[in-house]
Design a protein around this ligand. Structure first.
Ligand SMILES: [Mg+2]
Length: 228
């Protein structure tokens, strides 16, 4: 019986790319830097690459938040900007912008009626907690495991161990992890030795042969199968 649900948040419950886009254009405008879609896409790539490096333990969040703008501005020849101040403003502004996917809060509510729901997310505590509240998830959650507070990022085994230690009555056969990332969520679920469902609205990447859901209804259907 699956009744411990571990849910990733960004790009699983929240439209993080939309939040990132709005934050990017608003912050750069504030600092007088002109940007267009092409520049945003490049920023997204740089940011993604650095988060993957973070998952591999090659950088830390403090460096990442500044490095992403240093790399971008060097590429587009922007000089004379206080990058430390800009990245601090960008980072802080994340709290103000939150876009849950359609049906996300309803999905969390449905899961909460079938068991206990926990958020498992890589990110800053103050941002993720604000998003949990703003998205309307808080009433349905039993807890949130946030990498900054734990001290380790997914897919570090110690993140999974913090979850095991922090969920009352934890048992591997009762738990299932749901997330959009193969490198952080799937890898961490594997290390934790528990079932995993990939949330992939655009389909699973080539080579992935585990459970995959295109929407929340499909997640619930898969959970039904896991219980039979
Ligand atoms: Mg995610």
């Amino acid at each position: 019986m699956k009744d411990i649900f571990l849910l990733d948040m960004d790009e699983t419950l929240l439209d993080f790319k939309r939040t990132e886009r709005e934050n990017f254009f608003a912050t750069l405008q504030k600092f007088g830097v002109k940007a267009d879609e092409r520049i945003f896409e490049r920023f997204h790539e740089i940011n993604d690459g650095l988060w993957k490096a973070l998952e591999r333990g090659e950088t830390n969040r403090e460096k990442l938040v500044v490095t992403r703008f240093e790399i971008l501005f060097a590429e587009i020849n922007v000089t004379g900007v206080d990058i430390a101040a800009l990245s601090a403003a960008f980072f802080a502004n994340y709290t103000e912008i939150c876009h849950p996917f359609a049906g996300a809060a309803e999905f969390v509510k449905t899961l909460s009626e079938r068991g206990r729901v926990y958020i498992v997310t890589n990110g800053a505590g103050f941002i993720q907690k604000r998003h949990i509240a703003d998205a309307g998830f808080a009433p349905y959650l039993r807890g949130a495991f946030i990498s900054e507070e734990i001290g380790f990022n997914k897919p570090d085994l110690r993140f999974a161990q913090a979850v095991e230690a922090g969920v009352e009555g934890y048992a591997r056969e009762r738990a299932v992890w749901i997330g959009d990332s193969l490198t952080s969520d799937c890898a961490c679920a594997k290390k934790a030795g528990i079932d995993f469902i990939l949330y992939a609205p655009h389909g699973a990447p080539k080579g992935y042969c585990g459970a995959v859901a295109k929407n929340y209804s499909e997640v619930l259907a898969i959970l039904g199968h896991l219980n039979t």
